[in-house]
Write a protein that binds this ligand. Structure first.
Ligand code: UN1
Length: 508
């Protein structure tokens, strides 16, 4: 493989170093495969092992650093991300294709996460609660756990790593970071920011390479007690099995099959803007993407017509061009998968309202573009209604009532986000309680989570943990309980406790 100035390195044991394998892989722009961004290490298990040994040293130092000082480093990380926002956003669009407005939003999500983490450094609350015994205190506080292994996908190359890394660091853990092979450059830029902000070098390690090699080495190693993974349900199951066997703490964020329900009393123009953004933003490559559109029968035909007209006009192209509304898919296999699913949908009896084929044309000829696609006549239970496609394909389903819409929404293996468009406040509250998802939006599409609120889904989407919000700090810290008895004599819990005024009880 090429050995030239475009070779990026791993960051292990405080140094930028070549992989022990000597191998590199190419990283190309998905909107123009002639544009080579650079070559990145195809590391081996030994690189991961060296990184883990170094991270343990980093942990010994960082876990003793007071949380407000750890927070101060994250404050500087946030400040630097603000300064570099445009440059990182451009690099990210070039690397993974989504439009600049979205990569700017991706960096902003990292900034929000950094500032939230910085402020948490001065809270990180435990609790002091009354003891059942006299002259005794009972309290909890949060301790760091150890080395956290963080394995992330391509679609939010900056935000998702920060969701995991910043709270992990704030809580006093060291981090090993393995970004998706599609977005190693953004991973590299993020580590540069952390180092510039003054994070002690051994606290963070960056090891590039394949999930099946580097990711596996991290997950298999007992010296990494915390793992956080965002990606496919299939990979998550494999990771879950290993972490279960090794008794590791594991946070999984996996697939989604998110639905937007549009009722007959909805503001249809609002719903139209929402579904275009929810289904075709990030070219449909979000785990929160709107991939099902559940339409009340009274507005079904009218809304589909409105949608087809607008979706057909979306401008495809390089995300670096300000006029572009939809960028490419991440790579060839992703485009093939999308096309296969459209074929499956047609064979199952769905009709193509708009799109349904790879997008070609002069400016699109050397990128992985696919036409924004709407399938109609989809029925509950069809594969295109059940399975995550992770591309610009929206399946429309007709229903006769809100109850039926909720049933259709819930009858999938995933449970990340859902959305309801209605003007009826009773219907909205009913749906909020009945929709079986981690997140429900009313009169907004299924995407757009904010950094200070918990993010995650039910059922096969996750394993019960949340990212973002306060909840993620629970994940990255161990709760310790301390009892301090200053009575000067033995007091036995549950035994030396007496109801006030009980007869024969001299201690009360
Ligand atoms: C993801 O696709 O994995 O709410 C995360 C949203 C984004 C995060 C998506 N803030 O869609």
């Amino acid at each position: 493989m090429p050995q030239n100035s475009q070779n990026f390195q791993n960051f292990i044991a405080g140094e930028w170093v070549a992989p022990s394998t000597g191998n590199y892989f190419e990283n190309r722009n998905p909107a123009d495969w002639n544009d080579l961004i650079g070559c990145f290490p195809r590391s081996g298990p030994e690189d991961a092992q060296r990184a883990i040994a170094s991270a343990q040293r980093g942990f010994a130092q960082w876990s003793k650093t007071p949380a407000p000082l750890r927070g101060a480093v994250l404050q500087r990380v946030g400040d630097l991300l603000v300064q570099k926002k445009e440059a990182i956003a451009r690099a990210m669009t070039r690397e993974m294709g989504k439009v600049l407005a979205e990569t700017r939003g991706d960096v902003q999500e990292g900034i929000d996460t950094a500032f939230y983490a910085a402020s948490e450094g001065r809270r990180l609350f435990g609790r002091v609660v009354p003891s059942e015994l006299r002259n005794k205190w009972a309290m909890t506080y949060r301790r760091p756990i150890g080395v956290a292994g963080i394995i992330t996908p391509f679609n939010f190359p900056l935000a998702i790593p920060t969701w995991k890394m910043f709270p992990a660091l704030l809580c006093g853990n060291a981090v090993i970071f393995k970004p998706a092979e599609d977005v190693p450059h953004t991973g590299h830029l993020l580590i540069e920011v952390l180092l510039e902000a003054g994070l002690p070098p051994e606290v963070i390690q960056l090891v590039h390479g394949q999930g099946s090699v580097v990711g596996k080495a991290i997950i298999d190693d007992p010296a990494v007690p915390v793992i956080s993974f965002t990606g496919s349900t299939e990979t998550g199951s494999i990771i879950g099995a290993t972490c279960g066997r090794l008794h590791k703490r594991l946070s999984l964020e996996m697939g989604g099959k998110n639905a937007m329900i549009v009722m007959d009393d909805a503001d249809l123009d609002l719903a139209l803007d929402g579904v275009l953004w929810g289904a075709f933003g990030t070219t449909g490559q979000r785990c929160t993407a709107t991939s099902r559109l559940i339409l009340h029968e009274r507005i079904h035909d009218r809304f589909l017509k409105m949608l087809g007209d607008r979706a057909g006009k979306l401008r495809l192209g390089s995300g670096l061009d300000d006029r572009t509304e939809v960028g490419p898919l991440i790579h060839e296999e992703a485009r093939q998968k999308v096309d296969e699913y459209v074929g499956i949908g047609k064979r199952e009896g769905a009709s193509v309202v708009i799109g349904g084929a790879p997008a070609t044309g002069q400016t699109l000829a050397s990128g992985w573009f696919y036409q924004p696609t709407v399938l109609a006549g989809v029925r509950a239970g069809m594969r295109v209604e059940q399975e995550e496609i992770f591309g610009p394909v929206l399946s429309a389903i007709k229903v006769g009532s809100l109850d039926e819409a909720v049933r259709v929404n819930n009858d999938v293996q995933y449970g990340l986000s859902s959305s309801l468009y209605t003007r009826d406040v009773n219907a909205a509250f009913q749906a909020m309680s009945d929709l079986d998802n981690g997140i429900t939006y009313i009169n907004a599409p299924t995407i757009g989570a904010e950094a200070h609120l918990p993010f995650g889904g039910v059922k096969q989407t996750g394993n019960g943990h949340r990212e973002g919000g306060w909840e993620v700090y629970e994940f990255y810290s161990e709760t310790k309980v301390c009892y301090i008895d200053y009575s000067g004599h033995l007091q036995r819990a549950q035994i030396d406790t007496y109801a006030e005024g009980r007869e024969g009880d001299e201690r009360v």
